[in-house]
Structures are given as C-alpha cells and as structure tokens.
Write a protein that binds this ligand. Structure first.
Ligand SMILES: Nc1nc2c(ncn2[C@@H]2O[C@H](COP(=O)(O)OP(=O)(O)OP(=O)(O)O)[C@@H](O)[C@H]2O)c(=O)[nH]1
Ligand SMILES: [Mg+2]
Ligand SMILES: [Zn+2]
Length: 361
C-alpha cells in the first residue's frame, strides 16, 4: 500500500515534535468537514473521523473544533473499525478566522495552517477596495502571507486603472491578474505551490476560485459554476476542502463567504417596505431594474419610495449575500426605517429631546 508522505502535506518538524507527546495516537490532517464528520488524511490514506467527547466538552467556542487544514491526533489511522476519533488539535501555526456577523464571539476558522492566502476578487462586479482592505486585515491577523488575485481580466477594460487604485490599499502585497481564458498570472501563482506548502483561496462567491484552482491542477477536480459571465455568486463550492497536489503541497478551496455572514432575513426586516412592494411585482424574481409591471419601480415613479433607498437596499443585499460585513449598516438602516415617520433618526432624536424638555417644564 502506498503511504502518503505527510511532510509533503505540510507536516513540519514543529508538528512532529508536538505530536510526539501523544504516544499511541496517529497523526492526520483535516481535509474536509461536514457537520460532525471529518475527513482526515493520514499516512495510510483517508479516514472518516469524529471528535472525542472530551474535546467537545472542553470546546469553549467554534475555534476550538478542528478546522480544514488542522493537524490532529487520532486513535487510529484507518477507519476499518468504524470512524476514527480525533483527540487533539495540534497548535495552529496560522488560522484564517472570520467573525460571524451579529454574534458576539462566534469565530469561525476558515482554514488552518496556511502559508499563503490568496484573496480573490473579480475585476468586474465584485471589485471593491473596501472589501480588499477587510480581507487583508483578516489575512494579516491569520499569520499567513496574503496575496491578491484579480480574476476575470477578460471582463474588464480598465485593468491598469484598477491596479493603480489597488496600490493605495495593497501596501506592498503582491497582486496578480488572471483570466480563465489565458495563462496570465498562473506561473507566478504556481511559485507558491510545492512540497510542504499550504495555500488557500478566499473571496466572494462566483469570483472564480475553483476555476483558478482547477487551472493550477491542470484538470477539473473541483466543480465550478459552468461558463457564465454575470458574476453572480451561486455558491457552487459548499464547503472548505483541502486538495492534495500531485507534485507536493496542498490547496484549500473555500466557498464564498455568505455561509458566515448575516442572512437576508435581516434585510427583509430592515427593508420591509420594499419587500412588500416586491411581492406585487409581476415576476417573483424581479430585480426591480427594467422588468415590466415592477411594483417597486412604480412606487418610485409615484413618489412612494426613494430611488436611493432601493439602491441602498440592492447594494446591501449584494454585500450581505456575498460577505456579511454590513450588520452595522443594516442595523442603522433598521433604526432609520423605524423612525421614518419622524423624518429619520436625526429628526427623531430632535423630537425626543424636545419631548423630554417639555417634560421638565
Ligand atoms: N469570463 C471569465 N469567467 C470566469 C473566470 N473565472 C471564472 N469564471 C466563471 O465564473 C463563474 C464562477 O466560477 P467559480 O470558479 O465557480 O467561482 P468560485 O469563486 O469558486 O465560487 P463559489 O464556489 O461559489 O465560492 C464560472 O461560470 C466560471 O466559468 C474568468 O477569468 N473569466
Ligand atoms: Mg468554488
Ligand atoms: Zn420589481
């Protein structure tokens, strides 16, 4: 039986030393997770595994559970006798962590023990400097080295302009431009791969992470959205996954970030007025742009709804869907709409001030 070389998978001396304190247990690396079931690769191949009761009991937060990329100690290195049990997680050398919006301490480990994190953004609809800033912030915190990858260069006709803009936020981070239609940028990215290296791809849904990884692999290992150019995120990749490269090293693919973000339910509440109008549109998937019999556009024409409010809603809907970074903005919007009848929060504050003054007299 062919043994997997764990060193080629990123097992460094530091992990070997730490693992030696757990006599009798086997070492593995987490390659995927689905609810409580993990897939772990060991020297002897892939095994299905669960965590021990003790580990679960001791876990104070989501970050204390094994994540894709973690090196773990198991009670066995094959699952012939049922699922293996994960007893320990070796100290992470890096971890890409996202705080789930709206929850105080729900930290999610997107990927662990990464050397390089590729922040992917498409050069068309997804391009947003604030988003890059945010991603770079988390990446630097993670302990991994960030690299920026701009995808879909074929759909952009001012690449140089965008690169110049990016300069102001990239601050020395390497930037690569790619397109699935050419080999541009690929050799430069390939330099980060190799024996013992772990690279991860993050970014909004639909920017082309899986497409790019397939190109790096030279074959279609991961499913992608199928060819289309609308840049809409459809969450094709549904879970983080570690792929072992034939020439050494590993790649971690991640889904677009909606899974960790706020849900559209919040938006529905904050923009209940638009939601109610939308229910009267002719098409149930109306985008309220140019469809016939759009009740939302009609309301704008009739002066019942401000065009800016619709624009704001659509912007947040998109960002919430892709990112979940805007819970505060949405909170503000909720308050604003609650006080709409007073003419917005500013006037409402004024109103309340006047009211309390009156009370004192
Ligand atoms: N025109 C063009 N289309 C691309 C490019 N890269 C990817 N696409 C298309 O964009 C769509 C999304 O690609 P995916 O690779 O599935 O995107 P992803 O980032 O993995 O998305 P999630 O798995 O949902 O997070 C697919 O239809 C691809 O064919 C590119 O460079 N140019
Ligand atoms: Mg994908
Ligand atoms: Zn409509």
């Amino acid at each position: 039986m062919k043994r997997t070389d764990m060193k080629s998978l990123g097992l460094s001396q530091r992990f070997i030393t730490e693992s030696s304190i757990y006599a009798g247990l086997s070492l593995g690396r987490v390659i995927s997770q689905s609810k409580d079931l993990y897939k772990v690769i060991t020297e002897r191949g892939e095994v299905a595994a669960e965590i021990s009761g003790k580990l679960r009991f001791a876990a104070a937060s989501a970050a204390d559970y094994p994540a894709v990329g973690d090196f773990v100690m198991l009670d066995r290195d094959d699952d012939a006798g049922g699922n293996a049990i994960i007893h320990h997680i070796l100290t992470r050398k890096s971890a890409f962590i996202r705080k789930a919006a709206g929850t105080a301490n729900a930290e999610q480990i997107v990927a662990a023990n990464i050397d390089t994190v590729f922040i992917c953004m498409s050069l068309n609809n997804d391009y947003n400097l604030r988003r890059v800033e945010r991603y770079l912030g988390i990446a630097w915190d993670s302990g991994a080295i960030p690299v920026i990858v701009l995808t879909k260069a074929d759909l952009c006709d001012d690449v140089n302009e965008k690169l110049q803009e990016l300069d102001s936020v990239a601050c020395g981070v390497e930037v690569f431009v790619t397109s699935s239609l050419t080999e541009d940028g690929l050799p430069a990215i390939k330099k980060y791969l190799g024996e013992g290296r772990t690279i991860a791809f993050i970014g909004s849904s639909g920017v082309g992470k899986s497409t790019l990884i397939n190109k790096l692999l030279g074959k279609n290992v991961l499913s992608t959205q199928g060819l289309r150019n609308d840049d809409k995120g459809r969450h094709t990749t549904t879970r983080r996954e570690l792929i072992v490269l034939p020439d050494g090293g590993v790649v971690i693919d991640t889904p677009g970030m909606r899974e960790l973000g706020i849900e559209s339910i919040d938006l529905a509440k904050a923009f209940a007025d638009i939601d109610m109008l939308a229910a009267k549109c002719r098409f149930h998937d109306c985008t309220h742009t140019s469809e016939p019999n759009c009740a939302v556009q009609q309301a704008i024409k009739d002066g019942l709804l401000k065009a800016e409010r619709l624009a704001n809603y659509q912007k947040m809907q998109k960002e919430a869907k892709y990112e979940g970074l805007n819970s505060r903005q949405i909170e503000e919007e909720k308050i604003e709409s609650m006080f709409a009848e007073f003419g917005g929060i500013k006037n409402a504050r004024e109103f309340l001030k006047q009211k309390s003054k009156r009370k004192h007299f």
